[in-house]
Write a protein that binds this ligand. Structure first.
Ligand SMILES: NC(=O)C1=CN([C@@H]2O[C@H](COP(=O)(O)OP(=O)(O)OC[C@H]3O[C@@H](n4cnc5c(N)ncnc54)[C@H](O)[C@@H]3O)[C@@H](O)[C@H]2O)C=CC1
Ligand SMILES: O=C1O[C@H](COP(=O)(O)O)[C@@H](O)[C@H](O)[C@H]1O
Length: 247
């Protein structure tokens, strides 16, 4: 029988990429505070992730949670990231462990480590001939409050894994765009994540066995400054796209 997967933030862009390729692969329970504007697979729950009761109900019978819901703006103010990204993520984890969920894949961000991109390193680090690489073992270094909230989400996962044994993978997503990497934007090309690689990566997050992981979610771009080795090793990620093929 297909696994039951709760996808929070299902009405957003990352949700769109995942459901575009994986609509038939799982028993989906989709959740978002905004109702869907198109036909989506499975059951749709309209709820806020800070609503403890609604999230507990949505968690019933779920094997795996893909947790995307949150404020994705790098300029998001503190009150929004505190509520949506930190409090909301804690509510999701608490309900997940109480419901006996096996795994949570958390949508973290490149902005959890954005401050490694110093004036001295940029723009060289965005180029294919530069060998600077972050691999997920470095300490977080957020460059904005949104990034701080993603680091908090990764820490919540660490706590719930260590305390309750739930499997957790934090995917530091790069820059997701459909059909084509960002144009005239070297940083975005270095961290491009294509739609099909995004769907495949979260498919691996649902399928693979792991304990607690931090991986980078980008395509196999020549320009990369994030290693994808941990995603390959821990999850079996095998990306097909490379922003250099669109130059
Ligand atoms: N799109 C990208 O390139 C990247 C996205 N991410 C992360 O991936 C996740 C999804 O991002 P996108 O799909 O791009 O954003 P989006 O804004 O398109 O989708 C987010 C969805 O979450 C929902 N949402 C927000 N707060 C909520 C709450 N309190 N309760 C219930 N639903 C709520 C929104 O209604 C929206 O449908 C976010 O956590 C974001 O930080 C991280 C790095 C890059
Ligand atoms: O976390 C996120 O990162 C991407 C890429 O960041 P950017 O600074 O290069 O735009 C961003 O597009 C997305 O909205 C955000 O959630």
């Amino acid at each position: 029988m297909a696994q039951s997967v709760l996808l929070t933030g299902a009405a957003g862009r990352v949700g769109d990429a995942i459901l575009g390729d994986l609509a038939d692969a799982y028993e989906w329970r989709l959740l978002d505070r905004d109702p869907p504007t198109e036909d989506l697979p499975g059951e749709f729950v309209v709820a806020d992730i800070t609503d403890d009761e609604a999230i507990r109900e949505a968690m019933e019978g779920i094997d795996v949670v893909v947790h995307l819901a949150g404020d994705p703006r790098k300029t998001a103010p503190w009150d929004s990231v505190l509520t949506n990204n930190i409090d909301g993520t804690q509510t999701v984890y608490e309900a997940a462990v109480d419901a006996g969920v096996e795994k949570v894949a958390f949508a973290s961000s490149n902005h959890a480590v954005g401050a490694f991109e110093t004036d001295e390193r940029t723009p060289d680090m965005y180029r294919a001939d530069d060998d600077y690489l972050l691999d997920g073992s470095e300490l977080p270094r957020p460059g904005n409050l949104y990034g701080v909230s993603k680091v908090a989400g990764e820490s919540l996962g660490r706590y719930y894994h260590d305390e309750y044994g739930i499997s957790v993978v934090n995917v530091r997503i790069g820059n997701l765009t459909q059909n084509h990497p960002p144009i005239d934007y070297e940083r975005g090309q270095a961290m491009w994540l294509s739609y099909r690689d995004c769907a495949h990566l979260f498919d691996r997050c649902i399928q693979a066995d792991y304990e607690y992981e931090i991986v980078y979610g980008i395509s196999d771009n020549d320009r990369k400054y994030y290693s994808i080795e941990s995603a390959r090793e821990a999850l079996g990620y095998d990306p097909q796209d490379n922003s250099a093929e669109h130059d």
